[in-house]
Design a binder for this molecule. Sequence first.
Ligand SMILES: NC(=O)c1ccc[n+]([C@@H]2O[C@H](COP(=O)([O-])OP(=O)(O)OC[C@H]3O[C@@H](n4cnc5c(N)ncnc54)[C@H](OP(=O)(O)O)[C@@H]3O)[C@@H](O)[C@H]2O)c1
Length: 263
Amino acid sequence: MNTRLHQDYGSWAVVTGASDGLGKEFANQLAASGFNLVLVARRIDVLQQIATDLMARHRIQIECIGADLGNDAGVASVISKTQGMSIGLLVASAGFGSAGPLLDLDIHSEKSMVDVNCRAVLELSYHYGKLFKQQHRGGIILLSSLLAFQGAANTANYAATKAYVQTLAEGLAIEMKPHGIDVLSVAPGPINTGFAKQANMKFSMALTPQTVVREALQSIGKKTTLRPGGLSKLLELGLKSVVFRSLRVRMMSQVMKGMIDHG
Ligand SMILES: NC(=O)c1ccc[n+]([C@@H]2O[C@H](COP(=O)([O-])OP(=O)(O)OC[C@H]3O[C@@H](n4cnc5c(N)ncnc54)[C@H](OP(=O)(O)O)[C@@H]3O)[C@@H](O)[C@H]2O)c1
């Protein structure tokens, strides 16, 4: 049991994308920490098998929700099915990518990527953020990427969705802090999950999901952006501009404060 996480966030976590990869590993490590879980993904049968395995190993409760986060109804069903539950932690891990020039890719799938990677993340952060504000505590973990910090050919739309997540998390971390809510953006490089195959990518020097999730759960509440692994940290150093990004974020947040019309 991770006492710090329980003290800070309570006993229930919602994990999206829990049928595979990072989401599944978040479920594993949170279950081992004694969290009760709401697992979300489209493949409900896979979620139920994961839930059965985890409940056999840990004394926790698990609810499974089969939902397509690429449409409003799917997101709404997650919100309605968790109504009244004392959720304290959101891990929004569901997401997917693609590789190749945009003009060679399927536009329907690229639009769906924006829905899953951005719109669903926005709505779930909004909904659980409001709940956490009422509860005066909570945690939100969003999955960004190394690609979030600059455009990248052959994965232009995916990189743009991750830039959205990264930017959202940086702003929310400041807005929500006074309400006792911690927001963490996890911005990894390649990880050994089903992601690469689905996205038609090939990875070398990939991290394990175990390492990334362990670092994320250690980092929430202590920093806003986590760049797991040596490659990410090295690139971060190489990409830093004259004014540190964190300083630019704070400056821009100050500018925005002055631009809000309270009228
Ligand atoms: N792996 C990497 O190298 C890497 C690097 C940086 C960032 N990330 C980010 O980390 C997150 C997790 O990726 P991963 O590596 O764990 O990928 P993964 O192994 O392919 O798992 C993706 C998860 O998202 C769920 N999902 C996909 N589309 C969905 C939809 N429309 N509705 C609901 N659930 C959906 C999948 O479940 P179902 O198929 O059952 O719906 C699955 O559980 C993503 O946001 C990704 O962008 C990954």
